[in-house]
Design a protein around this ligand. Structure first.
Ligand code: PLP
Length: 287
């Protein structure tokens, strides 16, 4: 199930064809977004489209469509797909042309999109929490841009999968305190340290997660104390709770880190509270 939109043409996922000379294929020369669809409604669409535009500008692609035009395409595809709980994936590459590193003088950005089913996480997983491993953050210096170059993230997630873990958390550098925790392979992270929710700042070393922003906003509105500051690996190992946030998992507790129990070994109470205020706040962000 699911449908694809490639440069204006809608097909099934299996029938979708991307031109061989697309620079996304050769260089990962493009950016993307993933938006959650809940009961037919898009979650935080405006935030995603804004980040999409920012990502394009950062890598010097002139947005080929306005946010309103992207919205129209998404709506058309959602209607055609008829999948109530789904993910919309949006991608723009620098376009098609002979393989050369420098931009092509007449290159036109290439837009692709798909809608595919995405179920919400099981409540039992939410209660139990998930296990994570840590891996060195060996990505390029601009992970705040949502580019297609996800090889370090792919390898990190695979390392987690091979150890029976759900996610891999990136750690930048080694000293002091074992290095700084940045984010995970496809989610942002936070920790409860001395009763306070702490999450790494937007300093260019992490993706500015839409879910991270909404978690912070809804937590502040609920008078839960939050702080954006660096977290060392040592601090995270001693945290009462560790939390992942992303479009896919929303706000999810971590029960184990590198084989060692976090807190009580289940998703913690503050994680649950953050999840609840996040979900309550989500209702106003559906279109
Ligand atoms: N960090 C990385 C590296 C990601 O790939 C993602 C999402 O896919 C996130 C964080 C979470 O971002 P968002 O909450 O916008 O989904």
């Amino acid at each position: 199930r699911g449908i694809a939109w490639v440069d204006g043409k809608i097909t099934s996922m299996e029938e979708a064809k991307i031109p061989f000379l697309d620079r996304g294929y050769f260089f990962g020369d493009g950016v993307y977004e993933a938006v959650k669809v809940v009961e037919g409604k898009l979650f935080a669409l405006e935030e995603h489209l804004e980040r999409f535009e920012r990502s394009m500008k950062e890598i010097r692609i002139t947005p080929p469509k306005t946010k309103a035009e992207f919205t129209d395409i998404i709506m058309e595809c959602l209607e055609k797909a008829g999948i109530p709980d789904a993910m919309v994936y949006l991608q723009v590459t620098r376009g098609i042309g002979p393989r050369m590193h420098a931009f092509l003088p007449q290159g036109e950005p290439m837009v692709t999109l798909f809608v595919a089913p995405m179920a919400s996480l099981e409540e039992s997983v939410r209660v139990a929490g998930v296990s994570c491993i840590t891996v060195p953050d060996e990505r390029w210096a601009h992970p705040h841009i949502k580019t297609l170059n996800l090889l370090p993230n792919v390898l990190a997630k695979q390392a987690a999968a091979e150890q029976g873990a759900f996610e891999a958390i990136f750690v930048l550098g080694t000293e002091p305190g074992g290095g700084l925790v940045t984010e995970a392979s496809s989610s942002n992270i936070a920790a409860v340290i001395k009763g306070k929710v702490v999450t790494p700042p937007l300093n260019g070393r992490i993706l500015p997660g839409v879910s991270r922003a909404i978690m912070l906003e809804t937590a502040r509105a609920a008078r839960i104390e939050v702080e954006e500051r660096e977290i060392t690996l040592e601090e995270m190992r001693g945290a009462e709770e560790v939390i992942l946030t992303s479009t896919g998992v929303e706000v999810l507790g971590v029960c184990e880190l590198d084989g060692v129990t976090v807190g009580q070994g289940v998703s913690g109470p503050l994680t649950r509270r953050l999840y609840e205020v996040f979900m309550a706040g989500s209702v106003q962000r559906l279109t």
